[in-house]
Design a protein around this ligand. Structure first.
Ligand code: 13P
Length: 246
């Protein structure tokens, strides 16, 4: 039985006072039946660590460098994230693929470096609206995931996968539970075929998850929780989603 996992992706939001209020609201609402984590902007990692360390809430980053160390101005390495106590780091979020032209191979390299440092990569995959309309959804997500699986080889079973249809991110247009389930089942079959451990791996759904649609999404057999953007920025909203993952 896979325990549900709810991850807040704060994106480029927050401030020290706002973060303190948000985290204390989440802490006050414990315990949760689901595993819960927040992926915060880099400068806030140490403060999140200090605030959350005594709890079972985990923290993580939203990206990492594809290089181990060296003259890469502005980059943050997997080792640095490990030193900040990160349990997770997102890789291949569609905003990074779109705005920073990240390729499947680059995403795979990041995932590899994270695993080598003991940080679990949450590998994001998802199709654009044009790709969905062209009937390419399954081909696109399978291609994105297969590059990571091949790069990681026997370690591939250690990742978390997040299916985030690009057309559902920040748009208020959620995939229906059935649409999401269909893709999750395809991804799980791919993970099972490649690693033999697909049944125990977590596949999260992301894209306009809110308190009022979370429970029906999380009730689907292959949806193991959520990657939450906008609704992770207010404690009451995020807590309601965490509680929906019972
Ligand atoms: P929203 O929940 O704001 O649609 O964002 C989803 C997302 O991109 C999480 O990574």
């Amino acid at each position: 039985m896979r325990n549900k996992l709810i991850v807040g992706n704060w994106k480029m939001h927050g401030s020290r006072p706002a973060n303190a209020e948000l985290l204390s609201g989440i802490l006050a609402a414990r315990p949760f039946a689901a595993d819960v984590a927040v992926c915060v902007p880099f400068p806030y990692l140490f403060e999140a660590a200090a605030t959350l360390a005594a709890s079972e809430i985990r923290w993580g980053a939203q990206d990492c460098s594809a290089h181990d160390q060296g003259a890469y101005t502005g980059e943050v390495s997997a080792q640095m994230l490990a030193e900040c106590g990160c349990r997770y780091a997102l890789v291949g979020h569609s905003e990074r693929r779109a705005y920073h032209h990240e390729s499947d191979a680059l995403v795979a390299e990041k995932a590899k470096l994270l695993l080598a440092r003991g940080v679990t990569p949450i590998v994001c995959v998802g199709e654009t609206l044009a790709e969905r309309d062209a009937g390419q959804t399954e081909d696109v997500v399978k291609r994105q995931l297969s590059v990571v699986i091949h790069a990681l080889a026997h370690c591939a079973s250690e990742i978390v996968v997040a299916y985030e249809p690009v057309w559902a991110i920040g748009t208020g247009r959620t995939a229906t539970p059935e649409q999401a389930q269909q893709v999750h089942a395809v991804l799980r079959a791919q993970l099972q075929a490649a690693t033999g451990h697909g049944e125990r791996m977590k596949i999260l759904y992301g894209g306009s998850v809110k308190a009022d649609n979370a429970a029906t999404l999380f009730a689907m057999p292959d949806i193991d929780g959520g990657l939450i953007g906008g609704a992770s920025l207010k404690a009451a909203d995020f807590v309601a989603i965490c509680r929906a993952a019972a």
